[in-house]
Design a binder for this molecule. Structure first.
Ligand SMILES: Nc1ncnc2c1ncn2[C@@H]1O[C@H](COP(=O)(O)OP(=O)(O)OP(=O)(O)O)[C@@H](O)[C@H]1O
Ligand SMILES: [Mg+2]
Length: 263
């Protein structure tokens, strides 16, 4: 057994056609004595049409992994491929274009424009890019996220969960190859979190969307098809279709492994 002897299956994802992959991915912040090794050679395939959750202790590299795979940050070494394209060697201009057209983002803090209605917020990225809104797609996304009766409301007139569903719709409406969500339920109570995750899972099951989310919350992670665990910049295990209890057990084992590692 490895040093992180968690009760976690390490069998690979049965995905011969991943939507995104990383190979030998490393990220070092800073240099010399103060260098931080945020990612230490991560190999991972993220399944197409799947909801994948990334978990692990604070500082384990979850956001760094997501940012490198979403073209928001450049790796120190290794390769990242998204929907058949190697993005780790793209120029900033190419990355900007990739993020605009192929990648959807959902943030913990919703990031809606307060003066715009829900509908206007959802189409804002397309409007900025001067891209025609596909009305069928818009309607499908709205129905999938249960937002039909909220479209004329402004963010202050919506609950946190509804605001985050609007943010999800904004990420989904342009039919991105993949959606990255960093702690999408971090600001929500457990009921609202469950609703957002239920709708996000529907976008995967009903629309074939590929979604990757970072979360600290075992209940949120239990909505995922697959949960991968990071510790100290390395992938240390994964679970498939886990129940909340399985995730809690795996996290506890990771915590114990870390304590044994401590000097
Ligand atoms: N821009 C940066 N400059 C220097 N160090 C950084 C930078 N971004 C992240 N780090 C460091 O890299 C490591 C991984 O950070 P990261 O944000 O990926 O962790 P995380 O798993 O997302 O943590 P959290 O759960 O707290 O969000 C940490 O030690 C962090 O301090
Ligand atoms: Mg983070």
């Amino acid at each position: 057994m490895g040093r992180h002897a968690a009760p976690v299956s390490t069998s690979p994802e049965p995905a011969d056609d991943p939507i995104a992959s990383a190979r030998a991915l490393t990220k070092v912040y800073g240099a010399g004595a103060t260098a931080v090794h945020a990612l230490r050679g991560v190999d991972v395939d993220l399944g197409r049409g799947r909801l994948t959750a990334i978990m692990g202790p604070s500082g384990s590299g979850k956001s760094t992994l997501m940012h490198c795979m979403a073209g928001l940050d450049t790796p120190t070494s290794g390769t990242v491929e998204v929907d058949g394209e190697i993005i780790s060697s793209m120029s900033q201009r190419q990355l900007t274009n990739l993020r605009r057209t192929r990648i959807g983002f959902v943030f913990q803090a919703y990031n809606l424009v307060p003066t715009l209605t829900a509908a206007e917020n959802i189409t804002l990225p397309l409007d900025i890019a001067r891209t025609q809104v596909d009305r069928d797609r818009f309607d499908t996304v709205i129905n999938t996220l249960g937002l039909g009766d909220r479209l004329t409301h402004r963010p202050t007139e919506l609950s946190g969960g509804q605001q985050q569903r609007v943010a999800c719709a904004r990420a989904l409406v342009a039919k991105p190859s993949i959606v990255f969500a960093d702690e999408p339920t971090g600001n929500l109570d457990s009921k609202a979190a469950g609703e957002v995750l239920g709708f996000l899972r529907r976008s995967v099951d009903d629309l074939g969307q590929s979604v990757v989310m970072v979360t600290h919350d075992p209940r949120s992670a239990s909505y995922a098809h697959r949960v991968i665990f990071l510790a100290d910049g390395s992938l240390v295990g994964e679970l498939h279709d886990p129940a909340e209890a399985d995730i809690l057990e795996a996290l506890a084992a990771l915590g114990e492994a870390r304590e044994q590692d401590a000097p």
